[in-house]
Structure formats: structure tokens, C-alpha cells
Design a protein around this ligand. Structure first.
Ligand code: ATP
Ligand code: MG
Length: 279
């Protein structure tokens, strides 16, 4: 069953609808984002993205720097609104079990949507420095209004699930990068949202620790079946963790498939080169 559906999502940054139209027309005629930028001055974040991410899937988004990966995931929790297109998401806040058109949510429901449905793990951990590990892991539950003993019990559980026991009272700057990112993961898991967005979450870690966190993520995923959208620019990481991989180039979605599909049937040289980097 699909959890996230994007229809015809385009994003032209900092342009009025009229200005954006000219940029979109150029893209429709086959221009690339570099040409659009040089002729109109506008940045194409994404162009005409159609994508479905299944419930319980670990879906990797790959592409070179500037290809639109962060722009794409930030649409899923509406940190960015698209210039055109629709986003439908299965959410526990939907009373009738039908997917929600998230672009129609006003401020309050949007806040509720974010709290109930999507959490995020950041590249540079995003921990609050003056809060302990336990308080950081419990942060999202505090925002939700759970009382202290309850949120600390839940946070303790998730800290132990990610292999962090006995350091609940430490502060983030006392921890290694790998440990800080485990706290970030525990914080995302504690709020129990069906969707977790991870934007280069392991990219700042050294290879050995990164490998351990990938293994841990896979073990947790086998148990929890979250819908995880995992951005990376490292094809080895994408192949290891991704059930499917979507490859972006210049704001366009070039190909989606299992690692094997992409390896066996790359649609173009860009995809083939990514896959070759692995062999
Ligand atoms: N807030 C913004 N305002 C203007 N242009 C932006 C903004 N955010 C992103 N862009 C542009 O949109 C394009 C896609 O950027 P994005 O950050 O999504 O790429 P990325 O694939 O995440 O890159 P990286 O691997 O470096 O993180 C780039 O050309 C970028 O300059
Ligand atoms: Mg990015």
C-alpha cells in the first residue's frame, strides 16, 4: 500500500507564478536546470516529479549535489510548498483512513500532521545542546504534551533500542558523532510516526560508525516497518539500505527501481555511472 504520493511536483524557487511558468515551459521543452537558471535567473528545485513510496518501504533518494534531493524530502513535511502538483499522504490523523492532501492543510492541522505523521533525522544531528540525552530523545513527546514520567519512559526504551543505555544524563557534546546520531534516531522513533525522513543522516560519520548505523537502521526497520525516505549521495549506502532507489538529476526524476533493476537496466549514462561506482 502506498504511503506517500507525489503528482507532478515542480518547484521553482523565489519566482512568482507567472515567472515560474516561463521556467516550467523551458523545462517542458527539454531545457536543463542550468539553462533555466542562466536564462531566467530562477533555480529549478524539482521538475514534474511523480513518485509513490510504499508503506513500510525504505526508499533511497540519490543524485549529485544540487539534484533536488533535499528539496524533494522537504515537500513531504511541507517545509517547502511546491510551485505545482499535489502531495497525498496516508496519516493516522485521517479520520476515515483516506490519504490527506497535505497542501490543503492550514496551520493547525499542518502542525498536527507533522507531529503525528512525519519525523526527521538530520545530517548534523540537530540535538539541543543544553538538554540531556534523555531530554533530547523525549523532545517530540514533550511537544506533544505527554507528562514527564511517561515521555521519559518512552525515551529510555528507544535509547536502549538504538544501543544507548546508561548515558541518559550526558549532554550531546560529551558524545561521539555516531552516538549523537543514535540519539537523533531515538528521538525520531520515540514519537512513533509512520514516516521518517533522513537527509544525509549518516554522511557526517566516519565509515566504520556509518556502517554500524546502517546495520542498526536495517535491524530496526525489519522490526518496525516504518516508511523511511533516506537521502544519500553514496551509492554503496543506497544499495545496502534501499529497497528501492530513486535517482534525481537537475530536479528531474530519472529512474526508480530496486538496486538490481538500476544495475541491470539503467535508463541512461547518469544512472549507469552511479551504479558503476559500486562495481
Ligand atoms: N531555498 C532555496 N532558494 C533557492 N534555490 C534553492 C533553495 N533550496 C535549494 N535551491 C536550489 O535547488 C536545487 C536543488 O537543491 P537541493 O538542496 O534540493 O539539492 P541536493 O540534491 O539536496 O544537494 P546536496 O547533495 O548538496 O544536499 C539547487 O540548484 C539549489 O541551489
Ligand atoms: Mg541536500
Amino acid at each position: 500500500m502506498s504511503q506517500i504520493r507525489l503528482y507532478n511536483i515542480s518547484k521553482i524557487f523565489d519566482a512568482s507564478p507567472k515567472e515560474a511558468k516561463a521556467a516550467l515551459n523551458m523545462m517542458a521543452e527539454g531545457a536543463d536546470s542550468v539553462q533555466v537558471k542562466s536564462q531566467t535567473g530562477y533555480s529549478v528545485g524539482l521538475y514534474d516529479i511523480n513518485m509513490t513510496i510504499d508503506s513500510g518501504e525504505l526508499h533511497c533518494i540519490m543524485g549529485l549535489s544540487g539534484s533536488g534531493k533535499s528539496t524533494l524530502v522537504r515537500h513531504i513535511n511541507r517545509l517547502i510548498d511546491p510551485t505545482t502538483g499535489e502531495i497525498w499522504i496516508d496519516s493516522p490523523m485521517s479520520a476515515d483512513g483516506q490519504p490527506i492532501n497535505i497542501l490543503e492543510l492550514s496551520d493547525k492541522p499542518l502542525q498536527k500532521f507533522r507531529q503525528s505523521t512525519v519525523s526527521m533525522v538530520f545530517q548534523h544531528f540537530g540535538l539541543v545542546p543544553h538538554m540531556t540525552v534523555l531530554q533530547n530523545a523525549a523532545y517530540g513527546l514533550r511537544v506533544r504534551g505527554l507528562k514527564k514520567s511517561e515521555r521519559h519512559d518512552i525515551a529510555r526504551h528507544w535509547l536502549s533500542e538504538v544501543g544507548l543505555e546508561g548515558i541518559e544524563d550526558s549532554y550531546p557534546d560529551e558524545l561521539s558523532g555516531g552516538m549523537q546520531q543514535r540519539v537523533g534516531l531515538a528521538r525520531a522513533l520515540a514519537v512513533d510516526t509512520p514516516i521518517i525522513l533522513m537527509d544525509e543522516a549518516f554522511s557526517a560519520l566516519d565509515p566504520l560508525i556509518r556502517n554500524q548505523l546502517q546495520d542498526q537502521l536495517l535491524a530496526l526497520q525489519a522490526k518496525l516497518q516504518k516508511t523511511i525516505v533516506f537521502i544519500t549521495h553514496d551509492i554503496d549506502e543506497a544499495i545496502k539500505v534501499g529497497q528501492r532507489i530513486s535517482i534525481l538529476n537537475g530536479g528531474r526524476l530519472i529512474q526508480t527501481g530496486t538496486p538490481q533493476d538500476l544495475q541491470d537496466n539503467p535508463v541512461d549514462d547518469y544512472v549507469a555511472q552511479f551504479m558503476q561506482a559500486n562495481s
